[in-house]
Design a protein around this ligand. Sequence first.
Ligand code: PHE
Length: 447
Amino acid sequence: MGKREGFASSFGVLVAMAGSAVGLGNLWRFPYLVGTNGGAAFIIIYLACVLVLALPILYSEFIIGRRSQSNVFGAYKKLAPDSKWCNVGFIYVLCSITIISFYSVVGGWTIDYFVKAATFQFSSASADQLSGMFANTVTSTASPLVYMLVFLGITALIVLAGVKNGIEKYSKIMMPLLFILVIVIAIRSVTLENSYAGIEFLFKPDFSKITAQTFLDALGQAFFSLSVGSGSILTYASYVSRKENIVKLSAQTAISDTMFAIVAGVAIMPAVFAFGISPSEGPGLVFVTLPYIFNQLPFGSFLAVLFFFALFIAAITSSISMLEVIVAYLDEEFKLKRRTSIVLSLILIATLGVFCSLSQGIMSDVKILGNSIFDLFDKSSANIMLPLGGLIAVIFVGWRMKKAEYADEITSGGLVKFSKTTVGIFYFFIKYIAPVVIATIVIRSLF
Ligand code: PHE
C-alpha cells in the first residue's frame, strides 16, 4: 500500500481490517486459551471484553488514524501538537515488533503443516503420533527457522508490493473459503462419537474456575484477536477515506472476527474430547486436533491442504498489518524509502524470531520471569502491551480530543447519521467504561 495512497473501496477496507483481525488469534490462540482456561466461562468473559472494551478501542483507533491520516507517532503529533503525546507511538511500534516476532514462528508452522498435508504426512496417524509430530515440528532447530523466514519474506513482499493488488484479491477468496472449511470441520466435529463433553465444555460455564488470570487472558485475547492496541487498526485507518462509515466498518470487523473464533471453538473442542486429547494441551491443540479430524472426513487429505493454505493466508493478512505499523512509522518519521524501512524491520524481527523459535527447542531452558522467550513475547504483548496501547487510545479520544471532534469523526463529518444518544453511548464507553475496566483488570492481575 503506497504511502497515503488509501484504500480503493469500502469492501477493500473491510477485507483489510477483517484480514488483520482474523488470523492465528482465532484458530490457534483462541481454542487453546479456551482449553487452558476451563471453557465456557472464559468464552463469556471473552465476549464481554470484545463488546465493552475492544470495540471502544477499535472506534478510538479508527478515529485517531483516520482523522490524522498518519502513522502511530505522527497521528498523536498531529492531533495533539505541542505535547508529549506522540511518544506513545513507541509503545505501538514495540508491541508490533514483539507480536510479529513470535507470530511469524507460528506462521512458519502453518507453512510446515501445509507442506505436510500436501505430502500426506498425517493421513491415518493416531492422536499420539500427531502429538509427537507437532513436538518434532516445533522443537527442531533448522526447519522452523526456515519456515519462519519464508513467512516473514512473504509478509515483506506483500507490504512492499501494496495491499490493493496482492492481498485484497487473495483475501476476498481465501477468507470466505477458510470460513466455509471451518464450518465443515465444525459439523464433523460435533457429529463425532463422544463429542458431547466438548460441547458442554464450550457452552456450560463453570464459574468456580475463574481467577484474575482468566480475566487477563480473556482481555488479552480479545485485543489480540481484534488487532486492537497495537496500532494496526490506527495505521490502516489512516488510509481510509473520509467518506467511510467507521462505526459500521468497526462493527463488521468485530462481528466477523468473533464469528470465526466461536466457530473455530466448535470445530476443535468437541473433537478434542472425542479423541481423548487434553483440552489444556496448549499451543499444539489445533495442530494436533485438526489433522485428526481431516482423517475422519471424506476427501480429508484434500481439505487439509486447502485448510492449511487458507490458514496461512489468514496469518499473512494479519502479519502485514503488524509490519505496516513499523514501516509506516519509519517511512514517515525518518523519511526512509519504503524498501529500506522494510529491510530494517525485517532484520530486527527475524533476529527476535530466531530466539522465539529456538526457545521451543534447544533454548527451552532459557527462562525469563519463569517464561520461555516465546511465551514471554506472547504474554507480554497480549496481556500488557495491547491493553496499554488500547488504554492510551481511549484516553486520548475520551479526554484529550474535543467531543465535537470525536462526533465529527464518528459521523464522517456529518455524512453518516447517528442519533445523539448513540453518539453519546459510544462516547461514554470510550471515556469512562473502557479505561476504568482495562486498568482494573491489568492492575489486579499484575499485583
Ligand atoms: N488479530 C490477529 C489474529 O487474530 C493478530 C494481530 C494482533 C494482528 C495485533 C495485528 C495486531 O491473528
